[in-house]
Design a protein around this ligand. Structure first.
Ligand SMILES: Cc1cc2nc3c(=O)[nH]c(=O)nc-3n(C[C@H](O)[C@H](O)[C@H](O)COP(=O)(O)OP(=O)(O)OC[C@H]3O[C@@H](n4cnc5c(N)ncnc54)[C@H](O)[C@@H]3O)c2cc1C
Length: 409
């Protein structure tokens, strides 16, 4: 793969963050002043009303929802930089109708998640493009496809089953002649631009965002970090795939583990070179709003082993060439990877840690942490401020994994 460069980022599980970001299309296309704005750290406070551990999508959305519910004194502590892990490495896909049809997200959460993104879109600029999502399905019967579509539409989400000619109209470069699912309202965002907007908004509201601050332990009313301790009545652990490493110190360990994912980027192309997010048999592809094409989404269950797997990168590039023959001579420019926080039952873990007053967790979102970020923030903030679990999120409750220590699965 000429010109291809493997990612630089990510860290060993117990090591302190090494200060590097994923070499993703998001950080490469982020204007320098935005990049600098992300990288400003607050002084570590001695106390806070709530301490949020981790400044990925889930930590930032949790802090935002808390601030909007009137919590004034919030500290977000992050061992590295904002969005330096899974969030900054993600594809930024907001595919809630597709997820609903595939039974990955229930109707209420998909609808609320979409509504919250629409609200974000009115307020912040983060390249939210509803390009539509195409999912070719040569093997499914038309009856089954129509039934699935009807279920998703009945839930209030846009979904269609379209013929080969309609597929070609939507994505003329795609070499495929069968039927496909199409989700017109699905699309993607620029996660780093969203992070810039959220960080700016949080700072305006007085939230302190403390970078290069690694939490080493959480005790009763205290959080210990490499820069000193913070006394606080409430701690929210939003440490992505690293969450169990912190909560196990409390004797409670949800079955969350890292699943590495690799993505590639191709050089910037004229707008609408690719029009929709398109799924192949193994991976997915789209054009970012800033020009580069991107695709991939491998799933490697290999622990915290950083870097880009050359075999996965070659498979992604080969599928891209097969799907889009008119772009086959375009070589991938670079790749990167990140650790998705996979939870054993495929649902995130959101709410109070059983048996530990004042300690909350929001993690384990696997492939859906960008699209479920605003919803997660809302559920968590509601529970912390109201003092009782938010309604309708029973499947996410931490107590489903018991109160006793667990080993990782
Ligand atoms: C290749 C790839 C593609 C993806 N595509 C999509 C997609 O299209 N759509 C979608 O919805 N999701 C997608 N995801 C999943 C999504 O990125 C994650 O679910 C989401 O980013 C999780 O957010 P998080 O805040 O929980 O974790 P992270 O973004 O990993 O943030 C956790 C933060 O906690 C910090 N931290 C950890 N330990 C400590 C400590 N001890 N002290 C202080 N800080 C700590 C880390 O440094 C990190 O910044 C993708 C992921 C990958 C890897």
């Amino acid at each position: 793969m000429p010109g291809f460069r493997a990612a630089q980022a990510t860290v060993a599980p117990d090591a302190c963050y090494d200060g590097r970001l994923p070499d993703s299309v998001w950080f490469r296309t982020l204007p320098r002043e935005s990049r600098e704005a992300l990288n400003v750290s607050s002084e570590l406070p001695r106390s806070a009303e709530v301490v949020v551990v981790g400044a990925g999508m889930i930590g930032l959305c949790s802090a935002l929802s808390l601030a909007r519910r009137g919590v004034r004194d919030i500290a977000v502590v992050e061992r590295g930089e904002v969005c330096a892990e899974s969030t900054g490495a993600s594809a930024g896909g907001i595919w809630l109708a597709h997820e609903h049809l595939n039974r990955g997200i229930d109707a209420a959460h998909a609808l609320r998640g979409r509504e919250l993104f629409a609200q974000f879109d009115e307020e912040f600029n983060f390249d939210y493009v509803r390009s539509g999502l195409l999912k070719p399905e040569a093997a499914v019967s038309v009856e089954d496809a129509r039934r699935a579509v009807a279920r998703t539409r009945a839930a209030g989400l846009e979904a269609e089953w379209i013929s080969g000619s309609a597929v070609r109209e939507i994505e003329p470069r795609l070499d495929y002649s069968g039927g496909a699912f199409f989700f017109p309202g699905d699309g993607s965002i620029h996660p780093a631009k969203l992070a810039v907007a959220l960080v700016g908004h949080l700072r305006e509201r007085g939230t302190r965002i403390c970078l290069a601050t690694a939490v080493s332990s959480i005790g009763k009313g205290r959080v210990e970090t490499n820069r000193g301790s913070i006394s606080t009545p409430a701690v929210v652990v939003t440490a992505g795939a690293w969450t169990p490493l912190l909560t196990r110190l409390l004797g409670w360990e949800p079955p969350i583990r890292p699943i590495r994912g690799t993505l590639l980027a191709w050089p910037a192309q004229p707008a609408k070179t690719l029009r929709a997010v398109t799924f192949g048999r193994r991976f997915y592809y789209w054009q970012t709003a800033c020009g580069p094409l991107a695709g991939g989404g491998s799933e490697d269950d290999i622990g915290f082993k950083a870097g880009v797997d050359e075999a996965a990168a070659a498979a992604i590039e080969s599928e891209f060439q097969t799907l889009f023959p008119s772009l086959a001579s375009l070589p991938a420019a670079y790749g990167w990877s990140g650790f998705r926080p996979f939870c054993a039952d495929l649902n995130p873990v959101v709410g109070a840690v059983p048996g530990h007053e004042g300690v909350y967790v929001a993690a384990g979102h696997f492939r859906r942490g960008i699209q479920l970020g605003p919803l997660t923030g809302e559920l968590l903030a509601e529970e912390i401020v109201a003092g009782k679990p938010a309604l309708g999120a029973a499947a996410f409750r931490p107590e489903r994994f018991g109160r006793t220590p667990r080993t990782r699965q």
